[in-house]
Design a protein around this ligand. Structure first.
Ligand code: ADP
Ligand code: MG
Length: 203
């Protein structure tokens, strides 16, 4: 979803601004925000972003749940929705099975600032990077940032490997079945190509 200017959705923006600034409450779905009543009508813009969450060290399930809580509390962000938790076998990696989920947030942060904030949450869980694809207490990847395509030294959006990974696509499609990946088209069309990757929902 692209950044939404206040002129296009003032009611939604006003409601969401209060939630983001005050960091209280969750929004069950985008449509809940879109039906909110306007009050001061102040200019405001936010971006909807999707975050991939994974962990396979320590209390992986607890770490993913805590990451969702921290996303909700993050200044300039509010948690709009979270997928269920999934268990997946490591891909290009080692160690225990992963616990994965995807979150949808609304944020006033720019993409680079959001990535830094995600790294801060990883650090709070003692994330270390001893070697590429090492087991991790917590990994937060910025999958989608509005409809933007970004290629900087530190950030590539959409996440370059998101269409190759069931642990991203399956929870993402649970949250947003019709989601479009900028430059790549409907996420749904990639589901078949990852169907052989082991992934199971945690009931
Ligand atoms: P992994 O690719 O296994 O998630 P890391 O979490 O260690 O590996 O990330 C390595 C680097 O990838 C980070 O330092 C970050 O700057 C960069 N990066 C580029 N694009 C993204 C993105 N969309 N989301 C998260 N990290 C990204
Ligand atoms: Mg990462």
């Amino acid at each position: 979803m692209p950044a939404v200017p206040a002129t296009a959705a003032r009611a939604a923006a006003t409601e969401l601004r209060h939630r983001i600034m005050n960091n209280h409450g969750t929004i069950g779905s985008p449509s809940a925000a879109l039906t909110a009543q306007p009050d001061d009508g102040a200019p405001f813009a936010f971006t909807v972003a999707y975050i991939g969450i994974g962990a396979n060290l320590g209390d992986a399930r607890g770490n993913v749940a805590d990451a969702l809580e921290r996303l909700q509390r993050l200044p300039g962000c509010t948690l709009m929705a979270a997928s269920g938790l999934y268990r997946t076998a490591p891909i290009d990696s080692s160690g225990d099975d992963y616990i994965n989920a995807v979150a949808r947030i609304a944020t006033t942060l720019g993409a680079e600032a959001l990535l830094q904030a995600l790294h801060g949450i990883e650090q709070a869980h003692g994330r270390e990077r001893p070697y590429r694809n090492a087991p991790r207490t917590l990994d937060l990847d910025l999958l989608l940032y509005g409809d933007q395509q970004i290629a900087s030294a530190t950030l590539t959006v959409p996440h370059p490997r998101m269409t190759e990974r069931a642990f991203v696509l399956v929870p993402l499609l649970e949250l947003a079945p019709a989601i479009h990946i900028p430059g790549k088209g409907a996420a749904q069309q990639y589901a078949a190509s990852v169907a052989d990757q082991g992934i199971s929902p945690i009931i």
